[in-house]
Ligand binder design. Structure first.
Ligand code: DX5
Ligand code: ZN
Length: 220
């Protein structure tokens, strides 16, 4: 089995020391840095604007995987790409024309991701399968870190895995929310190739990051 990409969510980091935090993640063996962008409208929390991503760019060479929980999302794509995002993931509910939004992300030279909330149907992926480089399955309702994994996400991962395989799509299949060493193997068995984890990576402070990341990789 291929090892999943580990994508720590800096939502769980120390916001007063963000630059050091992303550098520490790289040293600890993270693959991508997951950036949760929330607008206080699409989701009930407010986080990081493009200037923060830009300020973080010199502090790590890891890809920035930007999860946009913003509506309308289209006006923000260019700014996050210019700030240094390699992956831009959007929710179908965050704009009227998902197909166009994904095309725009690719046109900007980024990898395009589509995000399925627990209540969003898998069928959305079928309609845009040739437009996506990543599918993100939410295993919590977005807005906050530290929530519990919703088990039905495993069946959804398996259904999207089957769709991607049937289409011959090389898209990354990512899972986000409540991911821990206890459920990482189940996610990978269901077909996930990338794990987002906030709480499970940042627990215990910087001296624990390497062990926390290794535990996720080892479990998977
Ligand atoms: C939720 C975010 C997640 C979340 C992950 O809206 O998209 O990335 O912060 O945090 P944990 O791993 O603590 O659930
Ligand atoms: Zn996220």
């Amino acid at each position: 089995m291929v090892q999943p990409l580990i994508c720590p969510s800096i939502l769980a980091s120390d916001f007063a020391r963000l630059g050091e935090e992303v550098a520490a993640l790289e040293a600890a063996g993270a693959d991508w840095v997951h950036v949760d962008v929330m607008d206080g409208h699409f989701v009930p929390n407010l986080t990081m604007g493009p200037d923060i991503v830009k300020a973080l760019r010199p502090h790590t060479s890891l890809p920035f995987d930007v999860h946009l929980m913003v509506a309308p999302v289209d006006p923000w794509l260019e700014a996050y790409r210019a700030a240094g995002a390699e992956v831009l993931s959007v929710h179908p509910e965050s704009g009227p024309h998902l197909h166009r939004t994904l095309g725009r992300i690719r046109q900007l030279g980024a990898r395009a991701g589509v995000v399925l909330n627990p209540g969003t149907p898998v069928a959305v992926v079928e309609e845009v399968i040739d437009m996506v480089d990543l599918v993100l399955i939410m295993s919590v309702n977005p807005g906050f870190g530290g929530q519990s994994f919703i088990d039905s996400a495993l069946r959804k991962i398996a259904r999207v895995r089957a769709l991607l395989d049937a289409a011959g799509s090389p898209a990354v299949l990512q899972v986000d929310g409540g991911v821990t060493a206890a459920n990482a193997a189940a996610c990978v068995d269901a077909g996930a190739t990338a794990l987002v984890a906030g709480t499970a990576v940042f627990r215990g402070g910087p001296s624990a990051y390497a062990a926390n990341i290794a535990a996720l990789k080892g479990a998977a």
